[in-house]
Write a protein that binds this ligand. Structure first.
Ligand code: GLY
Length: 364
C-alpha cells in the first residue's frame, strides 16, 4: 500500500493521508485507520455505487460496533444541486448525526463534491473521508478539498475548500468502470504528465498497452504518481490563489466545450480536446516546440480520447462560453500553457485571434 501525505499550513498544521492499494477497503486493517473522530458513520453514496459496494463498506464499518447508515442519492450530475444538499442534510438530522459522526463519501466526483460540501456546512462542519470509486475521482476530485454543487447558471458555483480526514483509494473499484469512465480519468492523468512530470508522460507513452488493459501494478503507479503531483500542488496553494491554477491545463477550452455540448462530452473528453488546444496555442506562441506538441496530441489519441472539436459547434459560441467561465479573472480568460512537457505557466495575455485560429484548426 502506498501512502502520500498532504500537509497544509493553517493556523495549526493539518495533514491527511491518501492511502492507495488493491482491496484496501475490504481489509480488516482499514477499519482501524477510519475509527478516529466517530461515534457513528454515515455513508453517502449514489444509486450506481450503492448496489456494487455499499454493502461491503457498511459491513466493514459495522465491525467497529458503531452505528452505520447509508444515504443514497440518485446517480448523475443532476444530484450536484442544493436540493440534494437539503435532502441529505435533513436525513442526517433525522439520523441524529452530530459533529462526532463521520461522513463517508463513497462514489465518483458528484458524490465526493456533494458529501464534502455537506460535511463543510452541516452543523458548521463535521469530519468526512473520501472513498473514490472512479479513476477521475481517485486522481483528481477526492484530493485537495474542493467541494460544491452546481447552480442553473453554471457548474460548481457554490462550494467550499474543505479537506477530508483521509482519502482511501481502492484500485479494485476500477474493475467495474466502463471504458468511457476509465478514459475520463486517464485524461486527467495525461494532464499530470504534461504539467507535472516528464517521466510520467514517458511512462504513459511506453506503457500504454498495459495501462489500457488496467494492469494493476501500472495503475497503482499511475494513480500514486498523479495523487503525489496533485498533493504537492495543493500543499503549496490550497485555495487556488496561484499555483493550483496549473491543474486547469486543458480546462479553459474543456469547460467551454462541456457547456457548448450541453455536457454531451464527458469531462475527460472535453479536457482532452482542451489540452490539444492549449498545446497548440503554446506552439503558435512559440513557447512549445512542434515535436512536443505532436507528442501531446499522439498520446491523447493513443488513449482513444478525442483531439478534435465535435462538428456543429461554432467558434463564436465556444469563445462565448470561455468568457463566462467562473475561472475568468476580471473578465479575462486565463490559459495554462506549457514551455515544455512538465513546465506549465498561467497567462491571460493571449491574442483572441490565436485562440480563434486554434479552435478553427481543431474543428478541421
Ligand atoms: N480539479 C482541479 C483542482 O482540484 O484544483
Amino acid at each position: 500500500m502506498e501512502c502520500i501525505r498532504v500537509t497544509l499550513e493553517k493556523p495549526r498544521k493539518y495533514s491527511y493521508e491518501i492511502l492507495i492499494g488493491e482491496d484496501i477497503v475490504d481489509r480488516k486493517g482499514w477499519i482501524t485507520t477510519v475509527k478516529n473522530h466517530a461515534d457513528r458513520y454515515v455513508i453517502i453514496t449514489d444509486s450506481n455505487v450503492n448496489p456494487l459496494y455499499g454493502k461491503m463498506v457498511r459491513a466493514r464499518l459495522g465491525e467497529t460496533a458503531l452505528p452505520v447508515d447509508i444515504v443514497e442519492i440518485p446517480a448523475g450530475e443532476s444530484s450536484k444541486s442544493l436540493n440534494t444538499v437539503l435532502d441529505v442534510a435533513r436525513q442526517l438530522v433525522r439520523l441524529k448525526v452530530s459533529r462526532k459522526s463521520l461522513l463517508i463519501a463513497l462514489g465518483g466526483g458528484v458524490v465526493g463534491d456533494v458529501a464534502g460540501f455537506i460535511a463543510s456546512i452541516y452543523m458548521r462542519s463535521i469530519p468526512y473521508v473520501q472513498i473514490p470509486t472512479t479513476l477521475l475521482a481517485q486522481v483528481d476530485s477526492s484530493v485537495g478539498g474542493k467541494t460544491g454543487v452546481d447552480l442553473p447558471e453554471g457548474k460548481n458555483l457554490l462550494g467550499t475548500f474543505y479537506q477530508p480526514k483521509a482519502v482511501y483509494i481502492d484500485l479494485s473499484f476500477l474493475k467495474t468502470l466502463s471504458d468511457r469512465d476509465f478514459a475520463n480519468g486517464l485524461a486527467e492523468i495525461i494532464k499530470y504528465g504534461i504539467i507535472g512530470d516528464n517521466n510520467l508522460f514517458e511512462f504513459l507513452e511506453s506503457e500504454s498497452d498495459g495501462i489500457k488493459k488496467r494492469n494493476p501494478s501500472l495503475m497503482k503507479s499511475l494513480v500514486g504518481r498523479s495523487c503525489k503531483i496533485k498533493a504537492d500542488i495543493v500543499e503549496m496553494d490550497e485555495k487556488e490563489l496561484g499555483l493550483r491554477r496549473i491543474l486547469n491545463f486543458g480546462h479553459t477550452l474543456g469547460h467551454a466545450l462541456e457547456a457548448a455540448t450541453d455536457y454531451g462530452l464527458s469531462h475527460g473528453e472535453a479536457v482532452s480536446i482542451g489540452m490539444v488546444g492549449a498545446a497548440k496555442i503554446s506552439h503558435r506562441l512559440d513557447h512549445l516546440d512542434g515535436a512536443s506538441c505532436q507528442r501531446i496530441v499522439d498520446l491523447i489519441k493513443d488513449y482513444h480520447l478525442p483531439t478534435k472539436i465535435p462538428a456543429g459547434l461554432k467558434t463564436a459560441q465556444i469563445m462565448g462560453f470561455m468568457a463566462t467561465d467562473k475561472k475568468a479573472v476580471g473578465g479575462q480568460v486565463h490559459f495554462v500553457l506549457v514551455k515544455k512537457i512538465g513546465a506549465p505557466f498561467v497567462t491571460p495575455d493571449i491574442p483572441s485571434g490565436v485562440v480563434e485560429g486554434t479552435i478553427e484548426e481543431l474543428q478541421g
